[in-house]
Design a protein around this ligand. Structure first.
Ligand SMILES: [Zn+2]
Length: 468
């Protein structure tokens, strides 16, 4: 098995080889907790989740770190506008973020470091960069990274440093800016009145960190100086990730990240998501409209991560249908009695699906082909089920495989239906009564099952038990 990913740094697909055989290190740029995360943010987190889950499926151990940016220009501005202490303000949105992750069934990172708890590490990096003559203090006391002192500046973002040279004498203090204004950027922002009570007294002066240094410090603190994979939305390539590389590599003199994996933009109803267009959705907005979190997850994961995703409300309905189809399949198969001989066709169908799924996922997480392999298997198994040609052992094999697939997809509803022998007998009796057109008896049995919390749904493949 060889995993291949598209590496933004080299702009090609490469075979993945972890630095440490025993554990893959992954860093994901987490949320800036100044508001509820929107659906575009969650695309990035679902993509990272699929990547991480598939690595685990492939037998790799993973250590995943996702930071929480709880101090930056935006968090300070918003908390002041609401007259709330910064920590109370960010706590609210951090909590909301964790709730949203859970709803979307995104596996927790191993560490969720907070920027405000990593200040000494940031100061240490900045001090070293100053000692090396790569960072310098401006007139206002802020400390800047000199991009001309780092020869590979611009490599990730595909910028030509020579083109930048003429403009490079300027500097930029804000955390976000366009490629055209690539300048020396702020590592440390000297205190000014507008920061209110947000500052740290440190060896490099009174102030607060720039956004970019936060991720370098948190990545190195928890994953070491060199990591396997750094993920994030494509909107973070410049300046954020470019600056992370510059700071980290100038500091360690080692390659910071082997694989940069970026997911493409998400549009809503064919347009860039914006509050003024009324197509700006948080997860909460969509759940309030009655959409299910599993369907939203499925919609976010079912488009290849390097393809732009057009997120539409109709798309959530279609995703919901797909999720239901998979869950109904599981439920149908679980309900099979299987008092027939082992069907040799089943292992062949399962093996084909497993190979198809893995071949697609190994190749830069080609999710559409992977899902197609699963749906094809479901179709073939459903035919055998309708012909009552699935044995008890066949059934177990099918369910086990679906469970494996779901360890990556995370969309199966885990209902612990406890189908006892008594329930099984009642279902059989009801089926018999129906076959004999004894509707009264069939209804009586249905009521008995209902008392036990079981609903029977009649499908092409026979009766299926569900939780009431
Ligand atoms: Zn970051």
């Amino acid at each position: 098995m060889t995993l291949k990913f598209f590496n933004s740094l080299t702009r090609k697909q490469e075979n993945f080889k972890p630095i440490k055989k025993e554990e893959v290190s992954i860093y994901t740029c987490g949320p800036t907790v100044y508001d509820f995360a929107h659906i575009g943010n969650f695309r990035a987190y679902v993509c990272a989740d699929i990547l991480k889950r598939y690595m685990k499926y492939s037998g790799l151990k993973v250590k995943h770190v996702m930071n929480i940016t709880d101090v930056d220009d935006k968090t300070i501005k918003n908390s002041q506008a609401q007259n709330t202490p910064l920590s109370d303000y960010t706590e609210k949105y951090t909590k909301a973020f964790f709730e949203d992750l859970k709803k979307l069934n995104i596996d927790s990172a191993d560490v969720f470091p907070k920027a405000t708890e990593t200040i000494p590490e940031m100061v240490n990096i900045i001090k070293t960069l100053m000692d090396k003559g790569i960072a310098y203090k401006g007139e206002d006391g802020s400390i800047y990274f000199s991009i001309t002192k780092f020869k590979d500046y611009g490599k990730l973002a595909n910028l030509n440093l020579e083109d930048l040279q003429e403009g490079a004498s300027g500097r930029v203090k804000s955390d976000e800016y366009e490629k055209e204004s690539a300048h020396d950027f702020a590592l440390w922002k000297a205190y000014d009145e507008s920061d209110g009570d947000i500052f740290w007294e440190t060896d490099i002066g009174k102030g607060r960190p720039g956004w970019h240094i936060e991720c370098s410090a948190m990545s190195m603190k928890y994953l070491g100086e060199q990591i396997d994979i750094h993920t994030g939305g494509i909107d973070l390539v410049f300046p954020h990730h470019q600056n992370e590389i510059a700071q980290s590599e100038a500091y360690t003199e080692k390659k910071f990240v082997n694989f940069w994996i970026h997911n493409e933009y998400l549009q809503v109803e064919g347009k860039k998501m914006s509050k003024s267009l009324g197509n700006f959705y948080t997860l909460r907005d969509l759940l309030e409209k009655g959409y299910s979190a599993k369907a939203i997850r499925y919609l976010l994961l079912s488009t290849h991560y390097r393809t732009q995703l057009n997120f539409t409300l109709d798309g959530i309905d279609a995703a919901d249908a797909a999720v239901k189809k998979i869950n109904e399949f599981i439920s149908n198969i679980s309900n099979i009695k299987g008092n027939v001989d082992f069907n040799e066709k089943v292992p062949k169908i399962c093996e084909k699906a497993k190979k198809g799924f893995e071949k697609a996922m190994d190749k830069d997480l080609e999710i559409s082909q992977a899902l197609a392999a699963i749906f094809e298997m479901m179709k073939e198994i459903n035919i055998l089920a309708s012909e009552k040609k699935i044995s008890k052992d066949n059934k177990e094999d099918i369910l086990k495989l679906m469970d494996m697939f779901d360890s990556v997809l995370g969309i199966i509803e885990k209902e612990d239906l406890n189908i006892t022998d008594e329930i099984r007998t009642l279902v059989d009796e009801r089926e018999k009564a129906r076959a004999e057109k004894d509707w009264k008896k069939a209804d009586e049995i249905r009521d008995k099952l209902a008392e036990k919390g079981i609903t029977v749904v009649d499908t092409k493949e026979g009766p299926v038990c569900k939780k009431r």
